[in-house]
Design a protein around this ligand. Structure first.
Ligand SMILES: NC(=O)c1ccc[n+]([C@@H]2O[C@H](COP(=O)([O-])OP(=O)(O)OC[C@H]3O[C@@H](n4cnc5c(N)ncnc54)[C@H](O)[C@@H]3O)[C@@H](O)[C@H]2O)c1
Ligand SMILES: O=c1ccn([C@@H]2O[C@H](COP(=O)(O)OP(=O)(O)O[C@H]3OC[C@@H](O)[C@H](O)[C@H]3O)[C@@H](O)[C@H]2O)c(=O)[nH]1
Length: 345
């Protein structure tokens, strides 16, 4: 059931591929070139904002806009250190970069189940393509894996050493098994070719810029509360999740990329809530008059989820700062703007 996640057997004995002669040249003065796949999405666009704050960074986003949008990046379009490419990661990409943050993949269950074969292709062929790119140009690559690799976990909270409890043929498998293969590919490229890899296992993340109709629970509840619609708690409502605010997540991802540990490392907020508790909190903070309605759930919904972040604290010096009660109002303000619903005074 469990194994040690970061022991010696996973370490590559090969040196990493060398970057181009230009990058190694004595008088080299160019910026760090960073590719963000899926950079037009929710987490990706916040990551781009943070990377662009550093004037030594040039950022290239590759995104097919399946769930992302140019609108999320509008403040950077036309900036001399920024480039946006419409590109599907299931096709090869030829760019010269130093780091790759590989996020491209639909993340909301309703979107990843919409075309499951495409979701698997994105996870498997997309990750192979990005690893091939990392190998050719000698780039370090970070994969945004997921807490879903633990499936419906039998160990709680989940440490990285837990191998998980995943249904290989269920409706979520395109995503959770897809990400598990993506992790395998990352380690095989590391051991076989010496590629510098980083794997983040991201737990439920929320914040401004989530699609209004994303379908994930926090965006659903906030949109419903603002539209005076009942909050749809999927039964039994006692299932738990641990919600991380997006700025904390971005901070963790950058620390992982810049640090010396391959991971996998859990990045998430250990504050754990049932879906009924989440609905009650949204109701209290945003619309006390709203109804909470129990609706049917979907198959294989994990019953509990909470990250063990001992490794993130120890190895990255990271822990989340923003509590759910402080993060929800920041997301509410963004949703009010986009839905055109002013706060009642
Ligand atoms: N938000 C979370 O709670 C969460 C939790 C665990 C893991 N993750 C991972 O983090 C990453 C980002 O998630 P997010 O919440 O920002 O989701 P998102 O749906 O907002 O962003 C995903 C982005 O990837 C793009 N994309 C999808 N398929 C693509 C393809 N084939 N080629 C190119 N681009 C493609 C989308 O258009 C979108 O811009 C994903 O890899 C996801 O699996 C997110
Ligand atoms: O309207 C809703 C939506 C969802 N839910 C419940 O809320 C919980 C969370 O559901 P979400 O759809 O937000 O997200 P999940 O936790 O199932 O998957 C998530 O976690 C890991 C990431 O990799 C995925 O990208 C992300 O979608 C589930 O138990 C679900 O049943 C509701 O009660 N009501």
């Amino acid at each position: 059931m469990a194994s040690s996640a970061s022991n010696g057997e996973h370490k590559s004995t090969k040196p990493p591929p060398t970057p181009s002669p230009l990058r190694n040249s004595k008088f080299f003065q160019s910026n760090m070139r960073i590719l963000v796949t899926g950079g037009a999405g929710f987490i990706g666009s916040h990551l781009v904002d943070k990377l662009m704050e550093n004037e030594k960074n040039e950022v290239i986003v590759a995104d097919n806009y399946f769930t992302g949008s140019k609108d999320n990046l509008r403040k950077w379009i036309g900036h001399p250190r920024f480039e946006l490419i419409r590109h599907d990661v299931t096709e090869a990409l030829l760019v010269e970069v130093d780091q790759i943050y590989h996020l491209a993949c639909p993340a909301s269950p309703i979107f990843y189940k919409y075309n499951p074969v495409k979701t698997i292709k994105t996870n498997v062929i997309g990750t192979l393509n990005m690893l091939g790119l990392a190998k050719r140009v000698g780039a370090r690559i970070l994969l945004t894996s997921t807490s879903e690799v633990y499936g419906d976990p039998l160990v709680h909270p989940q440490p990285e050493s837990y191998w998980g409890n995943v249904n290989p043929i269920g409706v979520r498998s395109c995503y959770d098994e897809g990400k598990r293969v993506a992790e395998t590919l990352m380690f095989d490229y590391h051991r076989q070719h010496g590629i510098e890899i980083r794997i983040a296992r991201i737990f439920n993340t929320y914040g401004p810029r989530m699609n209004i109709d994303d379908g994930r629970v926090v965006s659903n509840f906030i949109a419903q509360a603002l539209r005076d619609e009942p909050l749809t708690v999927q039964s039994p409502g006692t299932q738990t999740r641990s919600f991380c605010y997006v700025s904390d997540m971005v901070d963790g991802l950058i620390r992982l990329m810049e640090g010396e540990n391959t991971g996998p490392i859990n990045i998430g907020n250990p504050g754990e809530f049932t879906m009924i508790e989440l609905a009650e909190t949204v109701k209290e903070l945003i619309n006390p008059g709203i109804e909470i309605k129990m609706v049917e759930n979907t198959p294989d919904d994990p019953r509990q989820r909470k990250p063990d972040i001992t490794n993130a604290k120890k190895l990255l010096g990271w822990e989340p700062k923003i509590k759910l009660r402080d993060g929800l109002p920041l997301m509410e303000a963004d949703f009010r703007l986009r839905l055109g619903v002013a706060k009642k005074v």
